[in-house]
Ligand binder design. Structure first.
Ligand code: S3P
Length: 178
């Protein structure tokens, strides 16, 4: 039986939390979202952390959260879109489980995030441009880390979750919650 975590990476609006929860419930695993984990620990939301501590402060908290989460086993973990930026984070993620990259076009991200107020990086005049820049910078890192890459455009979350489960190694699908 494997103690590996199942880890979702990918840009904002790729569906990591929704799909992660579906996978967790299908595989009878605990689900954690690293942003939510940070919010629970600090008692404030992500925009507030960016306001008070800046992006660097948030990134330090994100690394701490990933350290804690990757010490646990048999979880499904949804990460923040920028969690792949630091080498340290990439090593933590890589050593703790099977990594799935939810590959999503900027058009699809825009569609899902057009009314979003909770992503500080998108509170700019041109969120599309920002998403494009971020994706160009980060895509090589997502690809470097991924054990499995799934395209999510125009697919329902349930379909993506089912596709992922069908492609997971057997050792990961047989794990029961203790
Ligand atoms: C970020 C993505 C967000 C959150 C923060 C920064 C990023 O998470 O961690 O706003 O740098 O891409 P989601 O990918 O869950 O939206």
């Amino acid at each position: 039986m494997s103690a590996q975590n199942i880890i979702l990476i990918g840009p904002m609006g790729s569906g990591k939390s929704t799909i992660g929860q579906l996978i967790a419930s299908r595989l009878n695993r605990e689900f954690y979202d690293s942003d939510y984990f940070i919010e629970e620990k600090t008692g404030v939301d992500i925009p507030r952390i960016f306001d008070v501590e800046g992006e660097n402060g948030f990134r330090a908290r994100e690394t701490k959260a990933l350290e804690e989460l990757t010490r646990m086993h048999n979880l499904v973990i949804a990460t923040g879109g920028g969690s792949v930026l630091k080498r340290e984070n990439r090593q933590l993620l890589k050593s703790s489980g099977f990594i799935i990259f939810l590959d999503t076009s900027v058009n699809q991200q825009m569609e899902r995030l057009k009314h979003d107020k909770k992503r500080p990086l998108l509170q700019t005049e041109n969120p599309r441009q920002k998403l494009e820049t971020l994706f160009t910078e980060r895509k090589p890192l997502y690809l470097e880390l991924a054990d499995l890459r799934i395209r999510t455009d125009r697919k329902f979350a349930r379909k993506v979750a089912a596709e992922i489960i069908a492609q997971l190694p057997r050792t990961l699908t047989q794990q029961a919650k203790t």
